[in-house]
Design a protein around this ligand. Structure first.
Ligand code: ATP
Length: 326
């Protein structure tokens, strides 16, 4: 039995005459925040809509918390919050009424509604706006109300399509805090956005799509997440520096288990390392015992923008090679 919170297998989705998702397979671990990135038209919205059981794919399956979303959409909606990129609010309803409406449509027991409205308004920084009509809120406040409506039933999974679009830097930063707090409470988030710097603040994973295919899906912060959702160890990038030249050390490192030398310079070596903290400690100890004057070991950090652009380029290079060999 899979422990993934979201499991997508072989998902293919066609609009009339156009394939928007092509055999997408992915697995998201519980408690993670995944940045869903890709160029315009990559298929991000379509993927989110398929996971939310709002579209019927040509083939493939989607499971959320073990439930098939197409067989049990109602049960899945109880576990899930979804914010569409073109969300609408009832402008005449007050914040309290909008939240109450969402709570009741999610099937919350009447006795629990008032408390859920208060708690959600506080969570979203709208406690002092409960009596205000949605039409009188600023864009950032409307966005927070829409997210509040999506999370009022305390879902396990939250899907957000461009939640920060049109927000000023301060509102984006406060939204980032909200997402971090939701993750800390155990929620899993899948967030699509083009504002990579903002996603970088709170994402644990990156899922890059291009032309309906998964380019890359991996943990972002080296060291923080060393095991993938499938249980396979994730490679981390490390930089090692040596006091007396790195050439011999690079040669030695290349022969060590779990090590892939990605770059060697005069005094430093970058490696991809597949192993846990204990394996890393053993590597350091044997390196020193082998006579290499190791002066520093540190994770190589890469921001989301760099990871994304690299993955996009690699995907396009692979496509070109395929076209040439056809
Ligand atoms: P963006 O970053 O611009 O929001 P996206 O990655 O979310 O893009 P989608 O909205 O999922 O992309 O669209 C994927 C592809 O499917 C695009 O090429 C789009 O033109 C096409 N598409 C989307 N909706 C429809 C539709 N209703 N009918 C036909 N084609 C569609």
């Amino acid at each position: 039995m899979s422990t993934a919170i979201i499991e997508v297998t072989g998902l293919t989705f066609d609009y009339p005459g156009f394939r928007a998702l092509d055999n997408v397979t992915l697995s998201m671990a519980p408690g993670t925040v995944t940045a869903l990135v890709g160029p315009n038209g990559a298929g991000k919205t379509t993927l989110l809509r398929c996971i939310a059981a709002l579209e019927t794919p040509l083939s493939g399956s989607v499971r959320v918390a073990g439930l098939d979303v197409y067989e049990s959409p109602r049960e899945v909606h109880r576990l899930m919050g979804y914010l569409s990129d073109s969300f609408g609010l009832y402008s005449e309803l007050t914040v309290a009424q909008g939240l109450e409406y969402a709570a009741r449509s999610q099937g919350l027991a009447s006795a629990a509604v008032a408390q859920a409205v208060q708690d959600t308004a506080r969570r979203m920084g709208l406690a002092d706006k409960l009596g205000k009509a949605a039409s009188t809120l600023s864009r950032g406040q409307r966005q927070r109300l829409a997210i509040g409506q999506a999370i009022i039933h305390s879902p396990q999974v939250l899907l957000l399509d461009e939640p920060a679009s049109g927000l000023d830097p301060e509102a984006r930063s406060s939204l980032a805090h909200v997402f971090k707090a939701l993750q800390a409470q155990g929620m899993s988030l899948l967030v699509s956005s083009h504002i990579l710097a903002e996603l970088d603040e709170y994402s644990t994973h990156m899922l890059a799509l291009d032309r309906g295919r998964v380019l890359e899906h991996r943990a972002l912060s080296p060291g923080a997440h060393v095991v993938s959702a499938s249980g396979a160890p994730v490679e981390r990038l490390l930089r090692l520096e040596f006091a007396q030249g790195a050439q011999a050390a690079a040669f030695w490192l290349a022969s060590q288990p779990g090590v892939r030398v990605s770059r060697a310079e005069s005094h430093g070596v970058e490696i991809g390392f597949t192993g846990d903290a204990q394996a890393q400690a053993a590597l350091v100890a044997t390196c020193v015992m082998a006579g290499h004057a190791l002066s520093l070991i540190a994770p190589v950090t890469e921001n989301l923008q760099q990871s994304y652009l690299k993955s996009l380029q690699a995907g396009r290079d692979a496509n070109k090679t395929k076209e040439v060999s056809l």
